[in-house]
Design a protein around this ligand. Structure first.
Ligand code: NDP
Ligand code: 8X3
Length: 254
């Protein structure tokens, strides 16, 4: 059994990863997010289908370095070894012209998507020392490959994830840790609702007239990435809905 640590497992891609990996019967799940009620619900629904799947969840705000360090240092004894880290926790806040954007939104994205990923990875690496097949998967984005109008700081944070994935791959080479970036285009999750601060109508319109990816689509790709033999690493995987050609070019059927 390999232990997989998924950040941001309370929703969307992270929750789907937990479900898909549980279904494979090869993984123990270490899950975190801020909303523990959602993690509890997820744990119960996974146990209803896969009663033997070992799951431990805990509350964590990845922006708080001290909490990241303490939570990982104080894991129960049988959860202190991690094989796989999925750095999934992340968000966008606002979609505004650079000159109009709210600086608090910028701080939140940088603190979560960049600094949070750094803190979690830094404090997880010592827990991966015992692993025979250590692997870090970072959730990048098409926004880490292109910059689109009003995407300014969200795109910058995902470009930072792209750079950090490459940097980790170089610096962790001698530790034998695989490092992969999975970079999706449009995935229908809570992402747009969070970006538009609870405006469900605006969030729904993002996917109007096209079939977006689902969290499960991405989770199945991550399961594939994890299933490669020891000598094979998928460095970078860009995946979009068929109806999306670039960060900004989409085909809508209405
Ligand atoms: P969701 O909003 O559905 O899920 C985001 C997850 O991140 C939630 O579980 C949330 O949990 C967690 N999270 C957010 N902030 C924090 C924090 N400070 N500490 C801990 N956990 C946090 O969105 P997605 O599933 O779509 O997003 C997952 C990742 O995929 C993100 O990194 C996103 O940038 C990336 N991505 C998404 C795409 C999309 O189109 N949806 C496309 C490309 C990449 P909680 O609120 O409970 O803390
Ligand atoms: C999230 C998807 O379209 O905002 O990374 O780049 S998008």
């Amino acid at each position: 059994m390999r232990t997989v640590f998924i950040t941001g497992a309370s929703s969307g891609i992270g929750a789907a990863c937990a479900e898909v990996l549980a279904s494979e019967g090869k993984y123990r799940l270490l899950l975190c997010a801020r909303r523990t009620d959602k993690l509890q619900e997820l744990q119960e629904s996974i146990h209803a289908k896969y009663p033997t799947c070992a799951i431990h969840h805990f509350e964590l705000d990845v922006r708080n370095q001290e909490d990241v360090a303490t939570s990982l240092a104080n894991l129960p004894a049988d959860w202190k070894n991690i094989d796989i880290l999925i750095n999934n926790a992340g968000l966008s806040q606002g979609l505004d012209l650079f000159q109009d954007a709210d600086i608090a939104d910028w701080d939140r994205m940088i603190d979560t998507n960049v600094k949070g990923l750094l803190y979690v990875t830094k404090h997880s690496i010592p827990l991966m020392e015992q692993s025979e097949a250590p692997h870090i998967i970072n959730l990048g984005s098409i926004a880490g490959k292109e910059v689109y109008p009003q995407g300014n700081v969200y795109c910058a944070t995902k470009h930072a994830v792209d750079a950090l994935t490459k940097a980790m791959r170089i610096d962790l080479l001698n530790k034998g840790i695989k490092v992969t970036s999975v970079d999706p285009g449009m995935v229908e999750t809570e992402f747009s609702e969070v970006r538009f601060k609870g405006d469900k109508e605006r969030a729904k319109n993002v996917y109007n007239g096209l079939t977006p990816l689902s969290g499960k689509d991405i989770a199945e790709i991550i399961a594939f990435v994890l299933s490669r033999p020891a000598h094979v690493n998928i460095n970078d995987l860009l995946v979009m809905p068929t109806a999306q050609a670039s960060g900004t070019i989409v085909r809508r059927d209405n």
